[in-house]
Design a protein around this ligand. Structure first.
Ligand code: SF4
Length: 479
């Protein structure tokens, strides 16, 4: 009997197991003053894996020189004990990436490391620069050569070209020319810099581990290594971490526009972001949602995992039982081989399976954190109905998403966002729910304690907090 040589001859090609959620972006981590800096950075990145699964890298300094290892895939696959052993030094920075600007390949994996007249420097960046394409065109027209398609490289170009002799001054000079979102960690031979843009779009936290300083996108990374959270790097702050301790400089006045979606969806619930517990914010989102959009129902069911905390708040406020009527398979990769016989909504079914005994004959409040294109929500409502639910009332713990993000979140174009063109009633009909309720903007702000306009709300209002948006908006709308 002849053996079949390739699985591909039996099955159709692997299909993307996509959903229509926002995708994660990047995570950064840094250590200053610890003999196991690379190993701690590895663990920090491991805790930040949810912020990017495409590539990861660690750069270290032993005081004399910088070295770096990067790879495609997950942190635990890229770094073996042997590789970590070779990354010696007391200073390290790390990055885990989901591409929002630049192509998907190893060239764009970070940290980006260069040598210039100011010495070697490695950068790891979370966020997107809104003026990077224009800067790049300008620099290229004057002979600059770029090694990557990542917008982070424009900062290195400006840093290398700065006429300022001092490192902090040259960095401040470079940052003065870029606009947008950047939470950065920079590694030099004898120091780590932690920098947050003046709007503070993305989080960046400072912690201590004994005498060592640690920096992370989210505090959940501190918990894993036993570090204590000290404070946020402030918007517009450049914190220099070196042997002597920490020096805090201001390179620009703060105009905070922190990303509210970090609280709604991106950050882990066990993190403290922008000085607030993410879990507490999400539970409050659910409570306020229950007040604004109550439902006659038998139970509250979260869409796991992102809807869980809001569903807890909703159920408590509505005095309804919370039941896990949808079970998530956590082991699904980005692609999967489908059976030849087509199964409806296969991608969503791979991830979520209904608990029929819980749902049958019941009136369900289904709580999720967002509706993007509407296609996934429609499939989930269909799965819950097929499992026997009598009524499905969908409740969303944020306002309708009407505009794309330009600050480091991989959103679809405006045209693809269902709420950009459809009314709530039209969306309800499309997803097949008995009722649909979104949280109001006022309640969203209340849930995160935003009394003074410190948050960016642009994906719900289309009011962007930075300029140079018009060409980008036009480009996104044309896509
Ligand atoms: S546009 Fe939305 S996702 Fe982007 S930074 Fe603002 S609130 Fe966050």
């Amino acid at each position: 009997m002849k053996m079949v040589e390739a699985a591909g001859s039996l099955f159709p090609p692997p299909q993307p197991v996509g959903d229509d959620k926002f995708h994660d972006h990047c995570g950064v981590f840094a250590v200053c003053g610890h003999p196991e800096a690379a190993k701690l950075t590895y663990l920090g990145l491991y805790a930040l894996q949810h912020r990017g699964q495409e590539s990861a890298g660690i750069a270290v300094s032993d005081g004399e020189q910088l070295s770096c290892h990067k790879g495609m895939g997950h942190v635990a696959e890229i770094f073996t004990p042997e590789i970590l052993q070779q990354l010696t030094g007391r200073l390290a920075i790390g990055h885990t990436r989901y591409s929002t600007a630049g192509d998907t390949d190893l060239r764009n994996a970070q940290p980006l490391i260069v040598s210039c007249q100011k010495g070697p420097v490695a950068l790891a960046h979370n966020g997107n620069l809104v003026n990077a394409p224009a800067i790049r065109r300008d620099l290229e027209s004057r002979g600059a050569i770029f090694q990557t398609t990542s917008d982070t490289e424009v900062i290195q170009h400006y840093f290398a070209r700065s006429k300022q002799a001092g490192t902090p001054e040259a960095l401040a000079d470079a940052l003065d020319r870029v606009e947008g979102a950047y939470s950065l960690v920079a590694l030099f031979k004898e120091a780590v810099y932690a920098i947050r843009d003046p709007r503070g779009f993305r989080p960046l936290c400072l912690g201590k581990l004994g005498d060592a300083w640690v920096v992370a996108s989210e505090t959940c990374a501190f918990d894993l290594i036993g570090a204590t959270y000290e404070r946020e790097v402030e918007p517009g702050e450049l914190a220099i971490l070196e042997g002597r301790g920490i020096t805090s400089l201001r390179f620009a006045p703060a105009h905070p526009s922190q990303c509210i979606f970090e609280h709604v969806y991106f950050s882990r619930p066990d993190s403290v972001i922008f000085g607030r517990s993410v879990q507490a914010s999400r539970e409050m989102l659910g409570r306020l949602l229950a007040r604004e959009h109550p439902a006659e129902a038998d139970m509250v069911v979260p869409v796991p995992d992102s809807g869980v905390a809001a569903a807890i708040g909703f159920a408590e406020e509505a005095r309804l039982p919370l039941r896990f009527g949808l079970i998530r398979n956590h082991y699904v990769g980005r692609t999967f081989i489908e059976p030849s016989q087509r199964i409806r909504d296969f991608g969503v079914r791979l991830k979520l399976n209904p608990v029929r005994s819980l749902l049958r004959g019941r009136r369900i409040v289904l709580v999720d954190d967002s509706i993007i294109r509407g296609t996934t929500s429609r499939k989930i409502v269909g799965i819950v109905r097929e499992a026997g639910a009598r009524e499905v009332h969908v409740r969303i713990s944020c306002p309708p998403t009407i505009s794309p993000c330009f600050y480091g979140i991989d959103t679809p174009t405006r045209r693809e966002l269902i709420a950009a063109t459809q009314s709530v009633e039209e969306i309800r009909q499309f997803i097949g729910a008995d009722s649909l309720g979104y949280l109001s903007i006022e309640a969203l702000r209340q849930a995160v304690g935003d009394t003074d306009g410190r948050y960016c709300l642009a994906c719900y209002t289309a009011n962007y907090p930075t300029r140079v948006q018009e060409p980008l908006i036009a480009a996104r709308n044309r896509e």
